[in-house]
Design a protein around this ligand. Sequence first.
Ligand code: NAP
Ligand code: MG
Length: 478
Amino acid sequence: MRNYTQFYIDGRWVDPITAKTAEVINPATEKVSGTISLGSPEDVDRAVEAARRAFATYSERSVKERLDLLQAIMAEYLKREEELGLAILEEMGAPRGLACGFHTMLGKGHLGTAIEVLKEFKFEELRGVTLIRKEPIGVCGLITPWNWPMNQTCVKIFPALAAGCTMILKPPQLAPYSAQILAEILHDAGVPAGVFNMIQGQGSVIGAALSKHEDVDMISFTGSEQVGVQIQKDAADTVKRVGLELGGKSAWIVLDDASLAANVAGATAGMMGNSGQTCSAGSRLLVPSARMDEVRKVAAEAANGVTVGDPTGNFAMGPVVSKSQYNIIQQYIEKGIEKGIEEGAELIAGGVGRPEGLDKGWYVRPTVFIGTNDMVIAREEIFGPVLVIIGYDDVENAIAIANDSNFGLGGYVSGEDIAACRTISRKMRTGAIWVNGAFDFHAPFGGYKRSGNGREWGEYGFHEYLEIKAVIGWDAAA
Ligand code: NAP
Ligand code: MG
């Protein structure tokens, strides 16, 4: 049992001002795995005051000092990596290999990237008579979801620290443990008091208090569209900058060439990774209509080949995060089967209920439909291991289907013809396109349309935390 009932404020672990606790449930066992405290707006005031005080000195630290700090954090992170992974396994149910692998690797990757970017980043630039300075925006409120806990906290904390900002993190109630360990890592690495603060609790209380706070300068949020909209409203009265990373319904276009079968298999298995709880997941797989028979066979085999079970065991997929997520996903699967608009979608793998042999834990069957883009299951983000395959007539048609979405977060193109992949990538209206499975920590990440407005990762992630100042007449001779 984990008892994480203190908050990290002003360089110390402190008790909440008012004591209120909540139990955390292990999604694989449905049993209580520990307790956290739920903070109050008074705790937020205390943390914001500490962050404001710290900003005066931390924002003046040299690049060299900030680099040394990030390197010290890396040393502590490496010591605690496995512990972080096991916390992620317990809080959100990712299988051990994934939790102690890609999950913690993403956090480390964003830290390493922040170090690389900071070494080269131009905080000052002379243009004619004007000096353009990039200055830290101030006190930041960071509000994160549970699905990739280290990715989403680290992609905010490290660029903010690199930029010279101070911050208050509000981790998700569903996945509070890894954030607690991360706070210990930052403390042990010598992050100065008040620079990083963490308060656990309800988004509607802590998140809202941060969003409305007069002395918070910006909010960086990752999560649902509904909450993102609320945060913008809450932040409007104080004219805060709000960075939003929201949901998606990303299309994966597979070209009609020799690599089709392998790409369909890869995209299907990929959709089931992290139990489908990835905002940029390729949840609409677009394939040539003429090849649908072949695709049906390959995709069903790939989905049926995904092993599901206890995250401490040797399975590819664990449970989804909670009972409520499980129920939402079940409803979507039912919708797909029963009333996928006109004629109903064709279920080719998975379906409602738990996988055979599992009667406890929030396990979902890896599910694949063949459908059309107007179906609810193709339009709304399911956030579970559910793939919808849609046929296209030609490449123009594939692009039109991909772009016919309220979201615009990710996109994927796979095929042997790189020129065709590039042409398609230019025409897709999304913030990121991955061509043939490439990966890059320096590539900006964020959404078009309802998927948000911010850009995280790499150098672009720094700009979220920087103001631009123009000093006109800096160099009068120019
Ligand atoms: P969520 O309900 O929006 O929660 C995200 C965070 O916001 C949690 O910490 C939550 O606190 C907090 N929150 C809730 N209400 C709030 C309010 N009124 N004011 C301020 N903060 C509030 O999202 P989720 O269900 O955890 O995550 C799933 C969604 O996030 C999906 O739509 C997914 O696509 C999206 N997502 C997007 C990205 C991306 O990078 N674009 C990444 C991951 C996930 P609680 O602890 O109380 O819930
Ligand atoms: Mg929620």
